[in-house]
Ligand binder design. Structure first.
Ligand SMILES: Cc1cc2nc3c(=O)[nH]c(=O)nc-3n(C[C@H](O)[C@H](O)[C@H](O)COP(=O)(O)OP(=O)(O)OC[C@H]3O[C@@H](n4cnc5c(N)ncnc54)[C@H](O)[C@@H]3O)c2cc1C
Length: 293
């Protein structure tokens, strides 16, 4: 079958990979290369934020982890780390999806994939190319007239406009990359009014973050950079002398829930919010089933 995938972020490329592997003739059409997508800004920890769980989220997370475990892939490391929760908060529902999770008071410790997304996306782009997928860079204004039997709408924030879905909201997130003093564990603090995280990738550490619903620009704010550094150095004192490399902003494609369904000859797969790195492989498997059905 001829399939066009709109979008070359982590969701579009993962779908293209699975579809090509299943024998489809796949073209990816994207407004910009993967390195310019929101996916390339992500912190890259594979676990779903606890605020928007349904049965699919746990299943997709577990499926993605199984894929990351099965590939020896540039940019992907398995690391132990901890998520800090308010002590009175019940165990998060995503616990069964991750490995060896233990809870001690406010700390949930587990091992998961930590993805250096710019490196990983380049690998994924090369892999889909090797599977015969064509990639074209242009902005779509419609999902019609693409000469495909089925179109997969995986255009992240752009997917809402393409689907006529007004419920998509950009949620801005700023991060700061600093030099890595040799950290081996990630830490995410969910106890504050916002989330603070420290995610080591070997050469650099991603420090975050912010959640800014409705944000439209991607210009880093220096005052926010300073605040992120203060919070992260408090959480991980070994970052005290780490050198700042860059600040980045990404716009999360947020929707009340992920839309993954087939409507006629379009399969929609968008609205992954702050969890697209976590969910992409699980969603790609479901998309491939819906295309092939
Ligand atoms: C600061 C920050 C930290 C994050 N941390 C994590 C994390 O630790 N773990 C996690 O799981 N997730 C994290 N996320 C969320 C994750 O980055 C997103 O959920 C994910 O990138 C969404 O992927 P996507 O492929 O749907 O969209 P995108 O990466 O935005 O890709 C969309 C693609 O569609 C293309 N496109 C858009 N409109 C059009 C159009 N009209 N025509 C053609 N192409 C179009 C774009 O060019 C792009 O190629 C984070 C996000 C941010 C901002």
């Amino acid at each position: 079958m001829r399939v066009t995938v709109a979008g070359a972020g982590i969701v579009g490329l993962s779908c293209a990979y699975r579809l090509a592997e299943a024998g489809h003739d796949v073209t990816v059409v994207a407004a910009a290369p993967p390195r310019e997508s929101t996916s390339a800004v992500a912190g890259g920890v594979v676990y779903p934020p606890g605020d928007r769980l349904d049965e699919r989220i746990v299943r997709w997370t577990a499926a993605s982890l199984a894929v990351f475990r099965g590939h020896d892939t540039p940019g992907v490391r398995f690391r132990r780390g901890r998520v800090l929760l308010a002590a009175a908060e019940p165990d998060p529902q995503w616990l069964p999806a991750v490995d060896d999770a233990t809870r001690d008071g406010d700390r949930v410790e587990f091992t998961t994939a930590v993805v250096d997304t710019p490196v990983y996306l380049e690998w994924l782009l090369a892999r889909v190319g090797a599977l015969g997928v064509r990639v074209e860079y242009r902005s779509l204004t419609s999902l019609r007239g693409l000469g495909a039997d089925v179109v997969v709408n995986a255009a992240g924030l752009g997917a809402g406009a393409l689907a006529g879905d007004a419920t998509m909201v950009p949620v801005g997130g700023q991060v700061v990359h600093v030099t890595d003093p040799g950290l081996s564990e990630f830490v995410v603090d969910e106890t504050g009014p916002g989330v603070t995280y420290v995610i080591p990738h070997g050469g650099h550490v991603v420090c975050g973050g912010t959640e800014e619903p409705g944000r439209g620009d991607t210009d880093p704010n220096p005052a926010v950079t300073a605040d992120i550094l203060r919070r992260c150095r408090e959480l991980e004192p070994r970052l005290a002398d780490a050198e700042v490399l860059r600040s980045l902003v990404g716009l999360r494609p947020f929707r009340r829930e992920v839309r993954l369904e087939r409507v006629g000859d379009v399969v929609h797969c968008y609205g992954h919010g702050g969890a697209g790195i976590t969910l992409a492989w699980g969603c790609a498997a479901d998309v491939t089933e819906l295309v092939t059905a």
